[in-house]
Design a protein around this ligand. Sequence first.
Ligand code: NAD
Ligand code: MG
Length: 395
Amino acid sequence: MRRISVLGATGSVGQSTLDLIARRPGEFDVEALTGANNVALLADQARRLGARLAVTACDDRYHELRDHLAGSGIEVAAGGEAVKEAAQRPADWTMSAIVGAAGLVPGVEILRRGGVLALANKETLVAAGPLVMATARQNGAVILPVDSEHSAIFQALRGESVRDVERLVLTASGGAFRDWPLDSLHQATVEEASSHPNWAMGQRITIDSASMFNKALEVIEAHELFGLPPEAIEVLIHPESLVHALVGFRDGALMAHLGAPDMRHAIGFALNYPIREPLPVARLDLAAVGQLTFRPPDPERYPALALARRVMEEGGLSGPVFNAAKEAALDAFLAGAIGFTDMAPVVTRTLDRMSGDSGLPRLSPDDAVPSLEDVLEADRLARLRAGEIVVGMMR
Ligand code: NAD
Ligand code: MG
């Protein structure tokens, strides 16, 4: 029996992960499941899968979770520290499907114990890529990418050497507003931004797909994971979402990964790695699909992409600042404080203000790997600054 834990079990990726686990009874021994607000679902999952530990990230939901699990013998805990402890528990395979920067500390804990980390939480790499990769190396830990584009690249690279790679091409659906007239984007509502043309995902990543902040995060994620320079990572709009990514080699060969838009493919590949097992995903009928289309992203429609380039060039603590400012801008959009097209300016201004911020931890020029403390401080300050910028824009 393989011992596994799933962090963020109640979310979109978490539920897909448990779906795959539940289909193979007797193969997996579930150590810990974590969630946040949705404690009824978390308790139900823990009972169904016979987990040893269930943790809600929300301190104030402890009693509710305990009541749901009364008499089950399942251990119950609450709060950020308890999520971190769940990550520290020994397991053969751990999924990090928490949304946002909250995934960083638990992710690092999994790597510190030398674990196998199936990583859906891209924010971990955007905020602290150099630290995360170094921690994995030092502890003999393994990172298996679960973001579909990165899983596609990882699969195309099997048996290949990264030295032979000339470029990576990440595809993007273009999101909810890819065909909207540019001058109407500022009116886009939260509801409109929350519907994705091809993928069923959590609300935050769906809105990030509409703004292309999701692809901006993914470009940085690819840069950190595969170690390619920023100019070797391209983005292509591909409205069908069937080609997930392409790897271009120095002999001109371009290897594409195709599949139905179903996260259970990337999750299942990581779960079964290094072997391939049958997965309950739809098979592509290319004759029925007929044609695949591609076009370059319009920089005016998707200003987030240029911000990713800037972050990779600046390095230092701009990764955590970018991620936190993006999360704060999204919170403000969700709260109705700013419009859809105000998110990118909030992030730009936060980056501008913080590049000369005296409160930011000072890194020496050869400090290529910022510490976890520095990253968390940069995250905290960026949320504060972004909040001030939002208030300024509301006036
Ligand atoms: P989601 O919102 O559906 O689920 C998020 C999970 O994190 C939930 O279990 C929630 O309870 C938990 N959570 C929320 N706040 C938390 C906190 N402060 N501390 C601990 N746990 C917390 O999100 P999702 O769409 O499943 O995405 C999860 C991650 O995977 C994100 O980083 C996302 O970018 C990435 N991802 C998702 C998809 C997808 O198809 N949904 C695809 C690729 C990558
Ligand atoms: Mg993706």
